[in-house]
Design a protein around this ligand. Sequence first.
Ligand SMILES: O=C(O)c1cccc(C(=O)CC[C@H]2O[C@@H](n3cnc4c(=O)[nH]cnc43)[C@H](O)[C@@H]2O)c1
Length: 222
Amino acid sequence: MKILVTAATTLEIQPFLQYLDQHIPALKAAHCQIDVLIAGIGMMHTAFSLGRHLVVNKPDIAIQAGIGGAFRHDWELGQVVLVKRESLADLGAEDNDQFKDLFDIGLWQPSQAPFTGTFLDNTFAGLPEVPPLPTATGITVNLVSGSEPTIQKLVSKYAPDVESMEGAAFHYACLLEEIPFIQLRSISNYVEIRDKSKWKIPLAVKTLNETLIKTVETLAGI
Ligand SMILES: O=C(O)c1cccc(C(=O)CC[C@H]2O[C@@H](n3cnc4c(=O)[nH]cnc43)[C@H](O)[C@@H]2O)c1
């Protein structure tokens, strides 16, 4: 089994990289090869890095592991979720105080490949959900949401659970290349007016990596 693990930054998967250093023999014995791709922050970096990688390396499964913001306050910081659905939530046009995405203004058509309607859904059946995780609807943005009017508009338009800067690009590339995929997001902060003192990045990285290691071990059968 060939697994691609991708993240925006090294920081997010540092504990996993240490785990890999120590467990290469066990993974090799289980005929499991792991490629790691640090793709960079944001959709542009993710799409380019992944596209370039996937031209020459076809994994059996790709995992994106990252931190993200939560709209849902009933999820605790450090909770890891499985993102099943993505939207690009700031690509479009402003019409006075309204945001219209590319479907709204007719530049994209619903269900054009690889969209399901207007969503980038994880349509691969039979993926392992180990350990069992809450599933989430994600939005991906270039501009991290940090004002009440923006948050209200996003909630009423997309009903998102979580926000990242890379998820949609990952879904897009994997869907087009027909590679089964898993997006793991660990909640580092709530989506609210920016207050970095409330963020729990070390906790989110810890729980993200615990889940990532368990997922890889399950896939490898070790
Ligand atoms: O300093 C800031 O204002 C700031 C805002 C968002 C993210 C950061 C980072 O240092 C991490 C970038 C990384 O984290 C993901 N992320 C985490 N929380 C959010 C969020 O609330 N909305 C969108 N993205 C988020 C993102 O995917 C980046 O890869 C600093």
